[in-house]
Structures are given as C-alpha cells and as structure tokens.
Design a protein around this ligand. Structure first.
Ligand code: PLP
Length: 386
C-alpha cells in the first residue's frame, strides 16, 4: 500500500511500544505502575460535569459556530486577560477540540512547504510532527543545561527560510519554565526577524514555589505575530473532553477556523458549555490539584536525586520530571523497556522529546504518592543492576 509522502516523516506516538509491553504484562496479571501518562490523575471537578449534563438536558447537542459559542469565546477572552494581563477581544479566540488541534490549525494556516520552524528541545514531540504535516521543516535548537533559553543557538539557527519558533513554557517534558527575561529574548528575536511565535502555555496554571508564568501575550510589540495555545485538559483535568483554544490576530483566527470548518466543524457543543462553568466557576479545584502536584514534585525530585549517579532538576511547572540517567545508560529506549519488563514501571524514554533528551527519562507525577515512591524504589534497584 502506498501512503502519502507526507506520512514518511510522521513518527506517531513514541510511547506506543511502551504501552504495548505494558498491556502484555497486564494481560499476564502483572501490575504495572504507569508514570508515562501525560494527563492529570484527578477526576474532572463535579460542577463542570454537572454543567455538561445540564447543557445536554437543555438540548445543547447540535453543531455550534466553527469558532466556538460566543459565551465561551467571551469567557476565554476574560480568563486569558485575567491570567496574562493582555487585553483580548473574543474575535481573537478560536475554540478547538483540544489544544493540539489548535496547533495543527495554526501550522496549516501559517506555514508554507519548506518553511523552517525552530523548536527548542527537549519538548513535546507533537510540534515536530505537526510542522511535518504542514510540510514545514522542523529544526531542533537545544535548551541550555538548566532548560534556559539559549539565545546564541536560536540566533544561529535562523535562516532566510525561518518562519516561526515554537515555545512551550511550562515545558513538557522538563517542567522548566521561562522567566520574563527569557521570554523577552524570544520576543526580541521574533520582532527582529519578522517571525511568528507559537506559544503553548497549556501548563501555566501548574507552577510552583511562587513562580509565575510570563505569557507571550504580555508583549504587545509582537501581538500580531503571536499565536497562543491553551486548553482545559491540564488545568481542569478534562483530557477526554477534548477542548482547547488559540488566541491570535483575528485574521489568523479566520484562517484557522476554515481548517476547522472543513475538518472537525466545531468543538462539542455541551463541552463548550461546561468549559464556561470551568472558567467562571470556583477555581478552588485547580488550586487543590496544583497543591497535590507540588507535594508529589518535592517527593519525587528528592528521591531521584538520592539515587547515585542520577540528577534531576526541580521543575518550575507542569507535572513531569526529566532525570538525567546517562551515567547508567545513553539509550533511554532500552532503559525504559527493560525497566518495564523487569520491574513493571512504565515511563517515557527521553529521546522522543528531541536528540538532547537522550540519557533522560520523563516521569509523570500525575500519579499517587504511593505509586511514585514504589516506582522510584524499583527504578533505583533497576539502575543499580545495570
Ligand atoms: C505541551 C502540550 N501541549 C498541548 C497538549 C495537548 O493537549 P490537549 O490537546 O489535550 O488540549 C499537551 C498534551 O499532552 C501537551 O503536553
């Protein structure tokens, strides 16, 4: 069967192999501790569920406007303004079935075949695949050692084909987050070179030790070049609901909505109603989840750093840690597979997040403290056996 040329470059999920092994083990009755998941382990807060049920019962079960219902676009504009300080008009908002789809719509709207897109790595691998789908050319740029922005590396990577840069702060998989000064470095590069910047801030509600995310939207000088992505999956534990959004210049939003009109049509109607409740209702649930992640973060970082030869930076945000295990092995796929087979702990090889992710593992702490402690104990035993 001949698939399109495009598909030759799309890698698909890098964790499928891990999940296949995990499934086999589970079918044999082994218990697997899952720390590979990129989703909160909490249930969606009850008041949000109730808003969806109410909407369904009231007949909100039809197609909506492709850009999203007005009530939600207004609520998002209000919420984004509350979090970033930037004044947002609802016509700058596009509601999508998941933040990921918003990124795809933006890539299809702004990237021409052959355009280069800079991607500071390690980072969530979907950016690379989405750029490939849009027939752009993804170019890795390495973050600094402590996941800070490497200004020189970015400047050196710019050519006359460079169209955009994609940043993700707080970052998946490292938990690193950019300071205002670092964001300003990106902003200046974007302004000087006439680039677009895609800023995925989906983890911005999950920051720790008083660190506050600086949004790309808080720099008015590049307002027309910035596309901001967010969603409900991480903040409100709503991964399965599929709801996200982009904020951009209305002209970009119009283009993106055409992609949506011809693909998904719109986000699910009653989910959009529930999302209004998520934004306008009490934010206590978000704070409760954040506090619990924070507790786990401290435990996991301490336990990892107590393993001889392993080093792990303290994440500023999100719910991942990215320990360096290169003293034991430079082959993160092999470590992850063997760890799963021998100890029943499933996590993600660092290599899938970029070439400098090799020698690392991504561990999600969206899991119970009990599982986290047991998993780190088993990881230590496994590493010492190498
Ligand atoms: C950095 C980042 N951006 C976007 C997403 C996509 O989220 P969703 O499509 O569920 O809104 C994820 C999910 O793992 C992510 O880690």
């Amino acid at each position: 069967m001949k698939l399109s040329k495009r598909m030759e470059k799309i890698s698909g999920s890098g964790t499928i192999r891990m999940l296949e092994i995990a499934k086999e083990l589970e079918q044999k009755g082994r218990r697997v501790i899952h720390l590979e998941v990129g989703e909160p382990d909490f249930d969606t807060p009850q008041h949000i569920k109730e808003a969806a049920i109410k909407a369904m019962n009231e007949g909100v079960v039809k197609y909506t406007s492709s850009k999203g219902i007005t009530e939600l676009r207004e609520a998002i504009a209000w919420d984004v303004q509350r979090r970033t300080g930037a004044e947002i008009n609802p016509n700058q908002v596009l509601v999508t079935p998941g933040g990921k789809h918003a990124i795809l719509c933006a890539a299809f709207s702004l990237i021409n075949p052959g355009d280069e897109v800079l991607i500071p790595v390690p980072v969530w691998p979907s950016y690379k695949d989405i750029v490939e789908m849009a027939e752009g050319v993804p170019k890795e740029v390495f973050f600094g050692e402590d996941y800070s922005i490497n200004e020189e590396a970015i400047k050196e990577a710019i050519t006359d084909k460079t169209k955009a840069i994609i940043i993700n702060s707080p970052n998946n998989p490292t938990g690193g987050a950019l300071t205002r000064e670092e964001m300003k470095v990106i902003v200046d590069i974007v302004a000087e070179n006439g680039l677009y910047v895609f800023s995925d801030e989906i983890y911005d509600a999950l920051t720790y030790d008083g660190f506050r995310n600086t949004s790309i939207l808080s720099f008015p000088e590049i307002r027309d070049q910035a596309v901001y992505f967010h969603g409900f999956s991480k903040t409100y534990s709503m991964t399965g609901w599929r709801l996200g959004y982009a904020v951009a210049h209305p002209k970009i939003v119009d283009a993106m909505s055409k992609i949506q009109q011809n693909s998904t049509t719109c986000a699910t109607s009653f989910v959009q109603k529930a999302a209004v409740e998520a934004l306008k209702g009490s934010q206590e649930c978000v704070e409760e989840m954040r506090k619990e992640y924070d507790r786990r973060r401290k435990v996991i970082v301490k336990a990892l750093n107590q393993i001889d030869g392993v080093s792990c930076l303290m994440p500023r945000g999100a719910f991942y840690v990215f320990p360096n295990i290169s003293e034991y092995s430079k082959d993160s796929f092999q470590v992850a597979e063997k760890l799963l087979e021998s100890k029943g702990v499933c996590l993600t090889p660092g290599r899938i997040f970029g070439s400098n992710g090799e020698g690392h593992l991504r561990i999600s702490y969206a899991a119970s403290l009990e599982d986290i402690k047991e998993a780190i104990k088993r990881l230590e035993e496994f590493l010492h056996s190498l």
